[in-house]
Structure formats: C-alpha cells, structure tokens
Design a protein around this ligand. Structure first.
Ligand code: TRP
Length: 472
C-alpha cells in the first residue's frame, strides 16, 4: 500500500519547483493591478516589508515542518504539533482545492490569448478589432471556457501524475529558465520604450500620503498569496527535501526570485501602458483588463512595443507556464493528502482529485456570463457580505473567500503552531543543522514567528471581520 515517498533530486530542483509554485498569476495578474490601484511607490515598499517580516519567516516555518516530518500538510501538522492540528492541514487542503478550481479558469485564458495572438502574428491584426470585445466574448462563451479550463486541468493532472521528480521538478527545471528568458527579453525591450522612466517612478517613488490602512493590509494579504503560503503548499514541498539541503537559503532564494519577477513584470506592463498613454482604460477594465485587454492591444498597436506582434504570443506562453507550475503545486497539496493519509496510489489519487476539482472549475468557468446560475448568484444578507463582500459570481465569491478568509486564517494557524506549539528544540534543530548558513540567527526568526507575524496577520483578520475590508 505504501509507495516510496518522492524526493527532489537536488537542492536546485527543489528551489526551482517551489519558486515555480510561488511565481504565478499572482505575480503577473494580481500584483501589477493592485500596485496600480494603490498608486505604486509606497504600496510597493510596504509590500516588500511584509515579504521580509512575515512572508520569509512563514516560508521557513512551512518548509521546516514539512522536512521534519516528511509528511504532507495534514500528517505533518499532526506529527509536528499535535493531533488536533490536523484540522489546520485539512483547512489548507480545502483551500488548495478551492483555489485550484478557479485559478484554472484564468490560466485557461492565457491559452486562449496565446492562440489568438499567434494567429494575429501570422495572419495580421484585423483592423478595428476591439480587444475589450474579444475579451468579453471569450469569457462569456461557456463552451469555450469549459474547453480551455479542461485543457489546463488535464495539463496539471498530467504533471502531478508523474510525481515529484519526474513530473513537478522536471517541468520546473524545463519551464522556469524559459520563463526567466522571456521575461528578460521583454524587460530589455521595455527600456527602449519612452514610458519606462515614468513606469519606474510610479513603482519605486514612494508618496506616503496616498497610503491608507486598507492598502497596508492588502499588501500583506498578497504576500501570502504570491508566496503560496497559508495552506500547507510549502509544507508539502518541504516534505520532499532532504536533510542535506538548507531550509534557510532555499527560503531566501524563493522569496527573492518571486519578488524580483513580480517587480520586473510590473515594470514591463507599466512601461507599455505609459508609453501608449492608456492609464484611463486600465483603471476602467480592472485586474483582468490589464493582462488580457490592454496588453494585447498594445502589442499590436503601431510603434508602441518594438516587435510587439512577435512578443505577444511569447508573453502568453510565459503566463501559461507560470500558471502551470502553480496549479501543479495546488493539486499536489490535495493529491498528497489523499496519497499519504488515505493510502491511495499516486496515479489513482491524482486523476481522482483532478476530476473532483474540475467539477467546481465548471462553476468558475461559467462565472463570466457563460451561465447565469454561476454568474448571478446572490450572496446577500450579513453572511453574504461578511464572507463574500457581496460578490455575485461563483468565481468572485471563491476568490474572495480564499484570499480574505482561508489564506490569512490558515497562515495565522501555521504561524502559531510553529512559534508557540512546536518545541524550541524541534524548530531550532531544523534551522541550525549543518547545511544551514552560519549567518542565520535562530532567535531573530523566533521573534518574528512568535510575535511579528501573528500580530500582523491578526490585523488582517480583524480588518476583514470588523471593518469589512476587501483584499481580493
Ligand atoms: N503563488 C501563486 C501565485 O502567485 C498561487 C499559488 C500557488 C498559491 N500555490 C499556492 C497561493 C498556494 C496560495 C497557496 O500565483
């Protein structure tokens, strides 16, 4: 019944896989837009502070819990902290399940825009095309949406099916360098464009007058999402690390790469937008608009992006690859629970979990006008507004619930588990082993995990519950 548990083949393989989980739609789709909405500068600075003060210590906590126990989320928390903590693991599995079910839909859009832009690259961009309309038509086409998300789900299942080494690590090794190369090419191109100075100033010049409590907490919420924290994904990935690898160094590299990629992606997008003077349209079309309406339009406008029509399909390949290395980590959380705790073999568990998640993806895929039962749900009343902030589509409700409720509460529980319920010996043993760097100070980590991180996360939860702040 028990198959041998997987292991990463090397430290680099693990770091790439975990970085692949972290870098995803959060970096390319969410971060640029919330930076836009919050006026850049000061918001970005606050976000960087959260990453260092809360994200990094929790990254280390999740990885060490996984490595110590060599078990996936539920089993790891039970063993490292106590039997009741298995519930926190289960909460994480449920969160992974929910997040995967709707994340797949946006990932599917990247496939659509890849094919669309590849077609325009070859056949020319039809004059008078309205990209806003292209976007709305594709997202409201239920059949198309089901096809796209089914394709993406199959891709995700196929990777996880082959396990940790032959599936997850292999595609991370293959795809991450490609992703970095494409991004670098776009980054260099963006410097040749007029708007780059304006973009850099917007992102990096802080003006604190524009920062309010909501933005500060939104930055914190996003730091969880982008680092794949708060639901045991990193516990699970950590469970495949060997004792010869350093948790401290790996955590630092993952956080650094994720941050650099988010900033680079944001510089590219803003440069393009400032160069074309499209600020107003971006503000109108919202989060999805930036990635799927403004950018394709700019790639095909005369004289905005040098070589734009060739870069466009490449850009959507990048989005799809980034999304895939994240969806596999989400499915791995769910599948490894079924494998480790219920004793089901990997192949069977993966297909089964992928199938059940897809049932919910159907609802998410039809949330953009494809079917009215998924688009116009009513989440009214005090419960509806507390848990779903009055969102009316299945997608909107799921996204709101995951970002505002599941990740912060899961993250808080994991932080408390690692800081207050695990013994000092247990965490110190993991973080000061012979593979760990000499400069690392365990006591500083302990201070952050016991006091700074829980206080900050509690602030999010309080803001949501008592002040109705919306972080999604
Ligand atoms: N980090 C990914 C992104 O930024 C999303 C993601 C993947 C995730 N796995 C996760 C978020 C686990 C939270 C938890 O797109």
């Amino acid at each position: 019944m028990t198959e041998q548990r997987g292991n990463w083949t090397s430290s680099a393989g693990f770091v790439l896989a975990a970085t692949g989980s972290a870098i995803g739609l959060g970096n390319l789709w969410k971060f640029p837009f919330i930076t836009w909405e919050n006026n850049g500068g000061a918001f970005v600075l606050v976000y960087l502070v959260w990453l260092a003060a809360v994200g990094l210590p929790i990254m280390m906590a999740e990885l060490l819990i996984g490595r110590k126990t060599q078990k996936s989320a539920v089993g790891a928390l039970k063993e490292a902290v106590g039997p009741a903590w298995g519930l926190v693991g289960l909460w994480g599995v449920l969160c992974g399940f929910t997040l995967l079910s709707y994340y797949t839909v946006i990932a599917g859009w990247s496939l659509f825009f890849f094919f669309k832009t590849a077609g325009w690259m070859v056949g020319g961009f039809p004059a008078g095309t309205s990209l806003g309309q292209v976007f709305t038509e594709q997202s409201a086409n239920g059949g198309l949406q089901l096809g796209l998300s089914l394709s993406f789900s199959i891709a995700t299942v196929s990777v996880v099916y082959f396990g940790v080494q032959k599936g997850i690590e292999k595609i991370a090794r293959l795809f991450l360098p490609v992703l970095f190369a494409i991004l670098l090419l776009l980054f260099i191109t963006s410097f040749a464009m007029e708007g780059s100075g304006q973009a850099l100033a917007f992102i990096f010049r802080p003006s604190f007058g524009e920062l309010d409590g909501g933005s500060i907490l939104e930055a914190l919420g996003h730091s969880f999402f982008t680092l794949s924290l708060g639901m045991g994904a990193m516990i699970t990935y950590g469970s495949y690390i060997s004792r010869e690898q350093s948790v401290v160094k790996a955590s630092a590299i993952i956080v650094l790469l994720d941050t650099v990629i988010a900033l680079v992606a944001t510089v590219i997008m803003f440069t393009v937008i400032f160069t074309a003077g499209m600020q107003d349209q971006v503000s109108e079309t919202g989060t999805v608009g930036m990635l799927f309406i403004s950018l394709p339009q700019l790639f095909f406008s005369e004289g905005v992006v040098p070589g734009g029509r060739f870069l466009a399909p490449l850009f959507y390949v990048l989005v799809a690859l980034a999304a895939l290395t994240s969806t596999v980590s989400l499915l791995e959380v769910v599948a490894s629970f079924v494998i480790d705790e219920l004793g089901v073999a990997r192949h069977k568990a993966t297909v089964m979990c992928g199938g059940v998640v897809f049932l919910f993806t159907i609802m998410a895929a039809l949330s953009f006008g494809g079917a009215s039962f998924a688009t116009n749900l009513t989440a009214g009343g005090p419960i509806g507004s507390l848990f779903f902030a009055g969102k009316t589509s299945w997608f909107g409700m799921a996204d709101h619930f995951v970002s505002n409720w599941m990740l912060p509460t899961g993250g808080l529980a994991i932080t408390i588990a690692a800081g207050w319920f695990m013994t000092r010996e247990a965490s110190e043993g993991e973080l000061t082993g012979h593979a760990e760097p000499g400069w690392f100070k365990y006591d500083i980590w302990r201070l952050f995990i016991r006091f700074v991180a829980p206080a900050a996360i509690s602030a999010i939860v309080i803001a949501v519950v008592f002040f109705g702040v919306d972080f999604s």
